[in-house]
Design a protein around this ligand. Structure first.
Ligand code: ADP
Length: 248
């Protein structure tokens, strides 16, 4: 029996002047899994993410999270439910250190006023929690480094730490490995695996070997529609998927 879907879409569709960028997509992301959304350029992956986080409003269809209809919710309300997209917070402040950035994200979650800078005990509490998050993403040695001076891969890891500070139950990762060299790819893949231990992850990613090794389930989009769905073995053996990539 299939596990319950934590995030689901039914017939999700958006039209731009008659062009359906996402066309009747029904997606079931099961709780606790890593689910990848892949497909050739222009397939509708980013538009789909924008619909899920409500940066776009669907022309038709519904989105549910934990059984609750979230189709007409605002982005901030969805974030409060625990669905957080990594780039929403990729506003990492370059002039602040890694530790300060995570501390600011923690403060935003709690909604404390910025007076916490003046409260020694509150500051110590945030620092403890922020250090824990930096350690979780392998950035302990960079806590005093300004975010703007971090190497690219480390900066992406800091984005993950600031996302985790919001305590999401579901993370939407938009091309988490984009622009990374081998070493950073391996490190980020390991981080995603670790982060997924107690969260659900939906990611758009082009690196198919990492998608293959990380994902429990993969949905292939092409021309706005679901072309195939299953584990990597299933979808990589699907002639339509191969053709979509070759032709894409
Ligand atoms: P992917 O992320 O899979 O590369 P996108 O979701 O970015 O694909 O785009 C899917 C299709 O929708 C593309 O053909 C793109 O040109 C089109 N599209 C996306 N956003 C808009 C928009 N705001 N207006 C018109 N067309 C759009």
């Amino acid at each position: 029996m299939r596990a319950e879907a934590i995030l689901a879409t039914r017939d999700l569709t958006i039209e731009f002047k008659g062009f359906k960028a996402v066309d009747g997509v029904s997606l079931n992301v099961e709780e606790g899994t890593i689910h990848a959304l892949i497909g050739p350029n222009g397939a509708g992956k980013t538009t789909c993410f924008n619909l899920l986080t409500k940066f776009l409003t669907p022309t038709r269809g519904a989105i549910t999270y934990k059984g609750k209809d979230i189709t007409s919710m605002k982005p901030a309300e969805i974030a409060r439910l625990g669905v957080v997209r990594s780039f929403q917070i990729s506003a990492v402040f370059p002039q602040f250190t890694a530790l300060e950035n995570v501390r600011i994200a923690l403060q935003r979650r709690r909604g404390d006023s910025f007076d916490f800078w003046r409260s020694e005990s509150l500051l110590r509490r945030y620092d403890r929690e922020a250090r824990g998050l930096l350690e979780a993403v392998g950035l302990s040695e960079y806590e005093k480094t300004r975010a703007g001076a971090l190497p690219y891969g480390r900066k992406r890891a800091l984005e993950i730490a600031t996302t985790l500070a919001l305590d999401p139950s579901m993370l939407l990762l938009d091309e988490p490995l984009a622009g990374m060299g081998h070493e950073d790819v391996d490190r980020m893949a390991e981080l995603i695996r670790r982060v997924s231990a107690n969260r659900t992850i939906l990611m758009v990613e082009h690196n198919l070997s990492v998608v293959a090794s990380l994902s429990d389930r993969i949905t292939v989009l092409a021309r706005g529609k679901v072309l195939a769905e299953g584990d990597y073995k299933t979808i990589s053996g699907d002639a339509r998927v191969v053709e979509a990539y070759m032709g894409g």
